[in-house]
Design a binder for this molecule. Structure first.
Ligand SMILES: [Zn+2]
Ligand SMILES: [Zn+2]
Ligand SMILES: [Zn+2]
Length: 157
């Protein structure tokens, strides 16, 4: 059963609203992203999506790139810098924005985190009024060390 606020359901709704057709390759790609436990490269997404499809419904890498581009435009997926891997948006149901994408520089683990409004608001205010910059994106990225890697590094020392 697909829950109404699941990534799959939100994707289907957004695609329908944008007038996009729900082809089997697109649905397979959505499943692939929904089940991934980390950010995936377009090549990995292509391989996993292909394995979900029957022989008669093949997909090629160009199509995968095109779908990912479109999904990113619609905010369904995010590109993680600097490798350009893709991760499913895990906050599609959130009204409040923005979120922070954390990426571990050691193990590459990426996660989209919800930041409480009272923490993010002063930063947005500062950017707007002091730096004359209007943040528009759904999220921004912070690179650093995840908890697992921090503990691992401490154990080695
Ligand atoms: Zn998101
Ligand atoms: Zn890590
Ligand atoms: Zn959120």
């Amino acid at each position: 059963m697909v829950k109404p606020d699941s990534f799959q359901a939100m994707c289907v709704r957004t695609l329908k609203e944008s007038g996009a057709r729900l082809t089997k390759p697109r649905l397979a790609l959505i499943d692939c992203l929904a089940n991934a436990d980390s950010a995936l490269s377009p090549k990995e997404i292509f391989q996993r999506t292909e394995s979900l499809l029957e022989k008669s419904e093949s997909i090629d890498t160009v199509t995968v790139y095109r779908i990912l581009d479109r999904f990113a435009e619609l905010g369904l997926v995010h590109r993680v810098a600097p490798h350009g891997d893709y991760i499913a948006c895990s906050h599609l149901a959130c009204e409040s924005a923005p979120h922070i994408m954390t990426r571990c520089i050691q193990c590459q683990a990426a996660a989209e985190m919800h930041i409480p409004d009272d923490i993010i608001a002063p930063l947005l205010w500062f950017m707007r009024t002091q730096k004359k910059f209007e943040p528009k994106e759904h999220l921004f990225q912070l690179d650093g060390l995840c908890e697992t890697c921090t503990l691992k590094n401490a154990a080695v020392l």
